[in-house]
Design a protein around this ligand. Structure first.
Ligand code: URA
Length: 460
């Protein structure tokens, strides 16, 4: 008897784990099956974790990365920014220590006339999370419905929210699982995670900040370049105009790494203050905002976008938008009236230079781990984080320090939590007696556009 086309064979998670473990490449249907199972709970976490580890060890092909990004993007509802009446542009970083540019670029770009619907994440590995930082503000809600997201965007021009059971739920599950199974640092998994969120926001344009150096997830330059190129090519293929800037993460960005203290540093800059230790943060934020404003059609070049963003910093309009967004999302912006009074760490310790010399470099991933273990990050998914934990740096790379000088202040949940991070930090900061060359990577070392990304991938 004629049976016609045969039905596709049933899929089983264990077979897909084995296939990846043995170096095979999964097709779109197989990846879709895993993503659907992650969202509806039909694939248990141990199988998802095993697949993530196999993917981490074996790597994902370009096709697998695209399939994973699109399946995760489509795992929930999508935001439609067309009703905002503005070009929708966002920025996303691959993750760093003290990386708080979102609090600056979102209001800066919004002040220059673009809409910034930003879907962010929580602490991941050794890096801090934008959502955890924002939740240090009493009342700030990161889980908004799509209707609420739209309302805030219409009112303020910018809104920063997180993944929810409705918005990119697959990334919500896999992101938290990667954080606790040491499966973060892989170009395909990072690229798919980032793109799923950005493409679910329906962006017209996207600026990617791809970190390089000792605090980046991808320590090898070629891996970071591959990640940048693959994200640009994939997002462009999905219709979003995209650039990636490769930027230095050889030391924490700015002088604060933690939750509340990073917000305070950002608001200081938005208020027009210029502490010397925050200059790299200010500069990078203006460069990224400049690209956003340019891609959003509000400036003819990135340099002209930078100038517009700098004007929005100087006239206080970006600060006003930041506070408006905080209030619109339920936060109490009055805590910024006296930030020092709000800061109540359970324990504080000064770290003094153990010898005189020059800060020649930092093992920034270890610095990030110290920040997380002070209480700023979590050991288990869903645990609360301590808004007040973190590290303030009083001296930065290339600076001369004298023995006994306080170079950093650590804030922890309780005195016991100070012990391990103090040791880690001392090992992570390299003070050299006679340093002649502390030359660091430039803040921005390379820019990938669609053309250069496609060329890079072709020639790789
Ligand atoms: N940011 C993300 O959103 N996902 C990652 O995997 C890394 C950085």
């Amino acid at each position: 008897m004629e049976t016609g086309a045969s039905a596709p064979a049933a899929l089983h998670a264990v077979d897909l784990i084995r296939k990846k473990r043995d170096g095979g490449a999964l097709d779109g249907r197989e990846i879709g099956f895993l993503v659907a199972g992650a969202v509806d709970g039909s694939i248990p976490l141990e199988q998802l974790a095993a697949w993530l580890m196999a993917a981490w060890l074996r790597g994902l092909t370009l096709d697998e990365t695209c399939s994973l990004a699109m399946a995760m993007r489509d795992s929930g509802e999508k935001f439609d920014p067309s009703r905002l009446g503005k070009v929708a542009v966002d920025k996303h970083s691959t993750g760093g220590v003290g990386d708080k540019t979102s609090f600056l670029v979102a209001p800066l770009a919004a002040a220059c006339g673009v809409a910034v619907p930003m879907i962010s994440g929580r602490a991941l590995g050794h890096t801090g999370g934008t959502l955890d930082k924002l939740e240090a503000i009493p009342g700030y809600r990161t889980a908004l419905s799509l209707a609420e997201f739209e309302t805030v965007l219409k009112r303020c021009g910018a809104s920063i929210v997180g993944q929810t059971p409705a918005l990119v739920p697959a990334d919500r599950v896999l992101y938290a699982l990667r954080d606790r199974t040491a499966t973060v640092e892989n170009p395909g998994l990072i690229g798919a995670s980032i793109l799923s969120k950005k493409l679910a926001a329906g962006l017209d344009a996207l600026v990617l900040d791809v970190k390089t150096g000792s605090g980046a997830f991808l320590r090898r330059r070629e891996d970071a370049e591959y990640l940048a190129a693959l994200m640009v090519a994939t997002a462009e293929g999905a219709g979003t105009r995209t650039v990636a800037l490769m930027t230095d993460m050889g030391q924490p960005l700015g002088r604060a790494a933690g939750n509340w203290i990073e917000l305070v540093e950002s608001v200081e800059l938005l208020r027009g203050q210029r502490p010397p230790e925050s200059e790299d943060l200010r500069e990078l934020s203006l460069i990224l905002a400049g690209w956003m404003v340019h891609l959003g059609g509000q400036a003819a070049t990135p340099a002209a976008g930078y100038a517009r963003a700098e004007a929005a910093l100087a006239d206080g309009s970006a600060l006003g938008i930041f506070f408006e967004m905080v209030e619109a999302q339920g936060g109490d912006s009055s805590v910024f009236d006296d930030p020092a009074a709000f800061h109540k760490p359970g324990a504080t310790q000064a770290l003094k230079a153990w010898e005189s010399g020059v800060i020649a470099g930092m093992e920034t991933t270890a610095v990030g781990m110290a920040v997380q273990r002070l209480g700023a990050g979590r050991e288990k998914a869903g645990e609360p984080v301590d808004p007040h934990a973190g590290i303030l740096f009083h001296a930065r790379r290339g600076e001369r320090v004298e023995k006994g000088q306080v170079i950093a202040t650590l804030f922890a949940t309780n005195p016991a939590r100070l012990q391990e991070p103090v040791v880690t930090l001392k090992e992570a900061i390299h003070i050299a007696k006679d340093v002649t060359d502390t030359a660091a990577e430039p803040l921005v070392s390379r820019v990938f556009t669609r053309e250069s990304a496609e060329k890079y991938l072709r020639e790789r």
